[in-house]
Design a protein around this ligand. Structure first.
Ligand code: PBG
Length: 325
């Protein structure tokens, strides 16, 4: 005989917690930080209320909160003063991101630092690679990306995160890191990065909007999922230690499928547009910020993400600590 148990059991909160299928922890969260050149600067990013740009000297103020909350890592984006055709300040030993990494490792040695490896914030044209004949040239860009990765590892980055979507970038960066003695530096690949409108606020924050054309030739078509699996598998083959899917909420199905196919940790990046959308609704009093942020993070974890990169990482880690999630 089949016995049907009522679903509306009145369980205690602690039984619900014990039996829940999905959990969040501070250690799975990554907090992205924008660092601009200059001194004594903390400035608002209008399209991302609550997020700021820091100069290297003010950076420790926000890192202290990240370190105290014991989040998994911080992810650095550099905003240089000087931009040129080939993004040379991206691999400058004294570039803004290299300075930020050194300060972070000096002040908070146990806080894991991830460096974003890309060119779009550093090039005058705003594309993620070198331009030849009005188009991004994949192969000549690889060498530059490798130089950026090595310069960040030299400065002390624990992990580098290549985000430019050039073919072969993981292979070439792994070789360059190994050749320069950085065999312990990990690669967190933005393997699955869609050409998304959700990056809008980031491009304002980092001043990285392309001055002509778009990124559709190197970022992925939102209509494709199997292509995501192909990109993820190639990057693992090339030596990626972790794989990222980006954006997160509109691509939960992709996160799930990638997780089923690869045997490395999977991260999901809840990007600037996702953040700003939630923030705007909350500021208007239309949605409860804490509840939507927690529910979204749980959905991303339930889809299979081991790591969540989110601009809400600091608040989330506090809510997790206070058992409010
Ligand atoms: C750099 C990069 C972008 C983001 C992360 N790395 C922007 C882009 O491709 O335009 C977006 C992150 C966000 O929107 O929060 N290539």
């Amino acid at each position: 005989m089949i016995r049907i148990r009522p679903r509306r059991l009145r369980l205690t909160q602690s039984i619900r917690d014990m039996a829940s299928e999905t959990r969040l922890s501070s250690s799975m969260l990554v907090y992205p930080v924008f660092i601009r050149e200059g001194n004594n600067i903390i400035e608002d990013i209008p399209a991302m209320p609550g997020q700021k740009r820091y100069s290297p000297d003010t950076l420790p103020r926000i890192l202290e909160r990240a370190a105290n909350n014991r989040i998994g890592a911080v992810l650095f984006f550099g905003i240089p003063e000087h931009k040129d055709e080939c993004g040379s300040s991206a691999y400058d030993e004294d570039g803004v991101i290299q300075k930020a990494i050194r300060i972070s490792k000096r002040e908070f040695p146990n806080l894991t630092v991830i460096g974003d490896v890309c060119l779009c914030e550093y090039t005058s044209h705003g594309h993620c690679g070198l331009i030849r004949n009005n188009d991004v040239d994949n192969d000549s860009t690889l060498e530059l990306l490798s130089r950026i990765a090595v310069s960040q590892a030299d400065a002390g980055a624990d992990i580098v995160a290549p985000s430019s979507m050039m073919d072969g970038q993981i292979h070439s960066i792994r070789d360059a890191l190994d050749d320069s003695g950085h065999t312990d530096t990990l690669i967190f690949s933005y393997a699955v990065k869609y050409a998304s409108a959700f990056y809008g606020p980031f491009r304002e924050a980092a001043g990285s909007a392309p001055s002509f054309g778009d990124r559709k030739t190197y970022q992925m078509n939102p209509k494709n999922k199997r292509e995501a699996l192909k990109e993820a598998l190639i990057d693992v083959e090339e030596g990626a230690d972790m794989i990222m899917v980006k954006p997160a909420l509109p691509y939960l199905d992709v996160i799930h499928s990638v997780k089923e196919r690869v045997l490395v940790p999977v991260g999901a990046y809840c990007v600037s547009g996702e953040y700003s959308m939630m923030k705007a609704a909350a500021q208007n009093g239309w949605l409860d910020e804490k509840r939507i942020v927690c529910e979204s993070a749980i959905s991303i974890a339930r889809a299979g993400a081991d790591i969540i990169i989110t601009y809400h990482a600091l608040e989330l880690s506090e809510w997790i600590r206070n058992e409010e999630v």
